[in-house]
Design a protein around this ligand. Structure first.
Ligand SMILES: C[S@@+](CC[C@H](N)C(=O)[O-])C[C@H]1O[C@@H](n2cnc3c(N)ncnc32)[C@H](O)[C@@H]1O
Length: 223
């Protein structure tokens, strides 16, 4: 292991980090409300509740009609492809894509996994996603309609980290795939080291960068 966290190894960066997609500046994102909410959900057991869920759903319902302008950019899926390849996620079994939005990553996941369940809190996001090739479900990622240990992989692309529910739905040997499309300019952002910190000491991970995006693939440590 090397780098900024004892349970995290870093792979060489790929792509051109100077190419930047439209989005907030570093200065703007520091005080972004989604930043604070992301940290509270990851680190505080009381960071999420019905009132916050309703507010977040309302925000993303409002963003849904124009989300394709953000999510459709050239190369936006390359970091996910890289994370699956270099993070050693082989694509066997069931993938849960949480916070799937308008489904920009779902087809790629469906190419890799036997089954993809794509889920989002926002009905307006889900309505704009293609029906195929995944099963789509409106659900809150803090309480999923999925049996314990069902998932071989959970993919969170620009999405909140609900540690307790992740622990429940992911198989013991399963992988969490965390993608921040704009790197540390992503509003819903944790660094790979923060992801491991939130998950706890029984997790380890590998981190990479692709262009300006950052990613982390985390798994439980062998006991
Ligand atoms: C920043 S968008 C990312 C969408 C997509 N993954 C992408 O990268 O284009 C975050 C998504 O997470 C969804 N979301 C937020 N909170 C959620 C929750 N508790 N459960 C499920 N989805 C949630 C939002 O509705 C939104 O579609």
């Amino acid at each position: 292991m090397s780098g900024d966290h004892p349970r995290l190894s870093h792979l060489p960066a790929l792509g051109d980090a100077s190419v930047r997609a439209p989005g907030p500046s570093h200065e703007e994102v520091v005080d972004h409300p989604m930043r604070r909410i992301t940290r509270e959900i990851a680190f505080d057991p009381d960071g999420w509740g019905p009132a916050r869920a309703a507010k977040v759903a309302e925000v993303f319902d409002g963003l849904a009609p124009t989300w394709h302008e953000i999510a459709g950019g050239d190369g936006r899926l390359e970091p996910l492809r890289d994370a699956l390849d270099r993070g050693g996620v082989d694509g066997t079994g069931v993938c849960l894509e949480l916070g799937s939005g308008t489904g920009s990553a779902t087809a790629l996941l469906a190419e890799r996994f036997d089954v993809v369940l794509a889920s989002d809190l926002s009905l307006e996001m889900l309505r704009r996603a293609a029906e195929e090739p995944a099963v789509r479900v409106q659900a809150d990622a803090c309480r999923l309609p999925v049996r314990t240990g069902a998932a071989h992989a959970v993919v969170l692309m620009n999405m909140f980290l609900f540690c307790t529910e992740l622990e429940r739905v992911l198989r013991p040997d399963g992988a969490l795939v965390w993608i921040s499309s704009l790197g540390d300019r992503t509003p819903i952002y944790l660094s790979p080291a923060e992801v491991l910190e939130a998950l706890g000491t029984h997790w380890q991970g590998v981190a990479g960068r692709h262009g300006e995006a950052s990613w982390c693939v985390a798994r439980r440590r062998p006991s």
